[in-house]
Design a protein around this ligand. Sequence first.
Ligand code: FAD
Length: 292
Amino acid sequence: MKIRDILKEKPVTISCEIFPPKKDADFEGVVAAARGIAALHPDFISVTYGASGGTSQNTVKIASMIQQEMGVTSIAHLTCASSTREQVREVIGEIRSAGVENILALRGDIPTGADFPVPNQFRYASELIAEIRAGGDFCIGGACYPEGHVECASREEDLDHLKAKVDMGCDFLTTQMFFDNSLLYRFLYRAMAHGITVPVLAGIMPVTNSKQIRRITQLSGTQLPMRFLTMLDKFGDNPAAMKQAGIAYATEQIIDLISNGVRGIHLYTMNKPDIAAAIFQNLSHVLGREEA
Ligand code: FAD
């Protein structure tokens, strides 16, 4: 099913992200994680794409398994910064052949020291979106950044580029993770003022590992509010307590988002079905999913 239709039909959606294995030896472990998450009946599962393009086979394979064998709609991420246009077109063909109808179209991070863009590369996600839109009837998602993308000179400029990306044919957007909901609310108002009217799914990461989150947020420029930092300081060295606190923090964030009218939550589940299950359990009535 196309995600744009799911978003139209349901008052609130909850979806999950998984990442494919870096080594083939880990393939079965990722499939098991996907099965665990699929058993929770999320509205869809997204499968990320390796920055170097190296895991493209696994992305398509796992997205296809989620849909065909596990019965959950899937979306394959696709990046273009490390590939030629021909390579990207080949992967789009593989996604189509696998019966996956949804693509999250991304530029990807520019590999360190790379000469980018070289001729015959898509330079921005908007160019990739135009290519996918021209080639077939996919539902297309894009990325957005409530705190602005790290490379962009200003948030205004970033929103101008986002508007151009949506105009190229994006059906919906998913946000970078954020830990302060007021940043999302401000972003949503500003996006609306820029004429961006497609659904925006709020990307929420339940944090269960303090070192990992400090590293990720340093790279992405995501702010960590004092309340969140205090929690990391207090529980960061106690994995069981950190897990409980991280799940509680994400749960609270989601309750506030839904209370304020946000209609789509995307969980960065880091291939951990137990954490996704705890959040689904905490929110069963809030999400109206008592039966799922
Ligand atoms: P773009 O939309 O192309 O934007 C990149 C930068 O270029 C921005 O600063 C933007 O303002 C600027 N820009 C855009 N258009 C123009 C223009 N015409 N002129 C000048 N500047 C312009 N990475 C992966 O490797 N694999 C994944 O699976 C993956 N999944 C992700 C999922 C989500 C929901 C998010 C939020 C990010 C994901 N990423 C992933 C990370 C992403 O690839 C990086 O953040 C990357 O640096 C930007 O990708 P983008 O698609 O947002 O790029």
